[in-house]
Write a protein that binds this ligand. Structure first.
Ligand SMILES: *Cc1c(COP(=O)(O)O)cnc(C)c1O
Length: 224
């Protein structure tokens, strides 16, 4: 079994190749290494190897792992950028604003309001993405594609939030390409630059379709 550092290097090389193949400039795609379920000791080698951007899907788990990892990284002269990629409850908004540098899963008014209030109170300004439920799956988080434009306007005008981009998780049983294309189309129409799409199985495709952030877990850390 290759280790985390070997797999990380392979993923980075793949991202560089896919970026070059689709005419994207170097550095146009950010690798978000998804470390959910893995303990600090499994994550540390990736930090040592220069990986700075990580994703977690639970506030509670991030709270348990990342303050210590961040402190250790800071002592080694490395700044960490932590992304929340899982659903957020409004009663966790305060912790999320404290813990995360980027929150990718803004998806309803109540969350937008809670984040705006916590950002005002704390002075912290995590960057924000809106999650779009491109497959319109009833059990899945995210704004329906038809409501995206209205929600983005409300984030800006009602809540005073700056939204950097959009995020999606395509339905597992469907081809991802149409979902990535739809997300790119909604973002372009809204004038948003950030596109968080693509996971271990389909990140090269997502990069072809314009991803600025790919969220990759198992291809780096192994199966969960
Ligand atoms: C777990 C997770 C990923 C990473 O999935 P892999 O298939 O392990 O790469 C990406 N995005 C979200 C939202 C996740 O929850």
């Amino acid at each position: 079994m290759p280790d985390v550092v070997t797999r990380l290097a392979a993923v980075r090389a793949d991202i560089a190749r896919a970026s070059a193949d689709s005419g994207r400039p170097a550095g146009a795609v950010t690798l978000v290494a998804v470390s959910k379920t893995f303990p600090g000791e499994a994550i540390w080698p990736a930090i040592e190897a220069g990986q700075a951007v990580f994703g977690e899907n639970r506030v509670q788990e991030a709270r348990a792992k990342w303050p210590e990892l961040r402190a250790r990284a800071a002592a080694a002269g490395r700044a960490i950028e932590l992304h929340l990629i899982g659903p957020l409850q409004s009663n966790k908004a305060r912790e999320a604003v404290e813990l995360f540098d980027v929150i990718e899963t803004v998806d309803r008014d109540k969350i937008a309001a809670a984040l705006a209030a916590e950002m005002r109170a704390s002075g912290r300004r995590p960057r924000l993405f809106v999650q779009i439920n491109t497959g319109a799956e009833p059990q899945k988080a995210g704004v329906a594609p038809a409501q995206a434009e209205e929600f983005l306007v409300r984030c800006r005008e009602v809540h005073g939030l700056t939204i950097e981009g959009l995020m999606c998780i395509p339905p597992v049983e469907e081809l991802a390409a149409p979902h990535f294309a739809l997300l790119a189309q909604i973002a372009a129409r809204a004038g948003l630059k950030g596109l968080s799409m693509g996971m271990s199985a389909d990140y090269a495709l997502a990069i072809q379709l314009g991803a600025t952030h790919v969220r990759i877990g198992s291809a780096i850390f192994g199966s969960r």
